[in-house]
Design a protein. Structure first.
Length: 78
């Protein structure tokens, strides 16, 4: 899979993501985004129209020896 530096800027709606510079802009104004949310955004951009699984995100965002508890996160009750 190509690394982020090989992807051109992607536009959707009034947003533009530039994987090379690590920037997210809305109507030309830079939006500060922390590293992990930016990596999630890149994962979605790299797989347009596809489901990105929890496991794929976990492997992308955290080192192999890191435990992340997904099942017992905050829950909403309706």
């Amino acid at each position: 899979m190509p690394g982020p530096s090989q992807h051109p800027a992607v536009r959707f709606g009034s947003f533009e993501v530039n994987p090379r510079t690590g920037e997210l802009r809305k109507q030309g104004i830079r939006i500060k985004l922390h590293e992990k949310p930016f990596q999630v955004l890149l994962a979605l951009i790299e797989h347009p129209g596809e489901v990105v699984t929890r496991k794929e995100l976990q492997e992308r965002l955290w080192p192999e020896d890191t435990f992340v508890e997904f099942e017992n996160g905050p829950q909403q009750h309706y």
